[in-house]
Design a protein around this ligand. Structure first.
Ligand SMILES: Nc1nc2c(ncn2[C@@H]2O[C@H](COP(=O)(O)OP(=O)(O)OP(=O)(O)O)[C@@H](O)[C@H]2O)c(=O)[nH]1
Ligand SMILES: [Mg+2]
Length: 219
């Protein structure tokens, strides 16, 4: 698919004053920027942009994908140790698309209380967030397929009538000739159409253009 700049579609770019800190003019802010961290979806500002959320097991590469997508890795905190992202982090891309980095699930070392409060945070976000266009669910390409937790989350997303976009991460770490069969295995297990998923590497940037094109199609 030919790559178009985001700006030539009706959804962007726009300047929404609700996404500027109080007292600041939105026109002076960079078009791609961090907006806010929130511990509840009700603390996130409403805005006019289509919003996408990024979810997946802890350590799957959510924050790294976001840094690569935004071309601003310094804006997004990543870590070798799982459980890094613990809040809902809202970003704006090119004054056109809002993205929310969600905490990971399935991290065994997290306390029960902490895990259930994060689950609640995410469930409320899916239930309450108007303007949520779709959810990118990430899977480590080195795994053989989705876990029980992954399947539960995918069902949850679909039960809220949100669009699910499957993304395989860390594809720089698997042999090239295995990519297709691994992708198919995930698509089949998750019940998404063949070739509906995106293969991505934050390390090489592979899949970035395709991911952006797919987001545009979903808007
Ligand atoms: N080789 C390789 N490593 C990656 C890639 N994406 C992420 N990583 C590494 O995987 C680890 C976890 O990355 P994060 O982006 O912090 O993962 P996360 O899903 O946000 O993790 P939590 O916030 O803890 O849920 C880091 O050490 C990253 O450098 C990738 O595409 N290729
Ligand atoms: Mg993270």
């Amino acid at each position: 698919m030919a790559k178009r700049p985001l700006a030539d579609k009706s959804f962007g770019p726009k300047l929404d004053p609700r996404l500027a800190p109080q007292g600041e003019s939105v026109a002076n802010l960079p078009p791609t920027r961090f907006i806010i961290s929130a511990s509840k979806s009700s603390q996130l500002p409403e805005h006019e942009f289509p919003e996408f959320a990024i979810i997946g097991r802890s350590n799957v590469g959510k924050s790294s994908l976001l840094g690569t997508l935004l071309k601003k890795p310094q804006l997004v905190r990543t870590s070798r140790t799982p459980g890094r992202t613990q809040l809902l982090n809202l970003f704006l891309f090119e004054n056109a698309i809002a993205l929310v980095d969600l905490p990971g699930y399935g991290y065994a070392k997290m306390s029960k209380a902490q895990a259930s409060s994060m689950q609640r945070m995410i469930a409320d976000y899916f239930a309450e967030r108007r303007g949520l266009h779709g959810v990118l669910q990430l899977f480590d390409a080195r795994r053989d397929g989705p876990t029980a937790d992954d399947l539960r989350v995918a069902e949850h997303i679909m039960s809220h009538k949100r669009q699910l976009l499957v993304v395989l991460t860390k594809i720089d770490l698997i042999p090239k000739n295995e990519l297709k069969s691994r992708t198919r295995a995930f698509e089949k297990a998750l019940g998404v159409p063949q070739d509906a998923s995106v293969a991505f590497s934050s390390k090489t940037g592979a899949g970035r253009g395709e991911l952006l094109a797919t987001l545009r199609e979903l808007i």
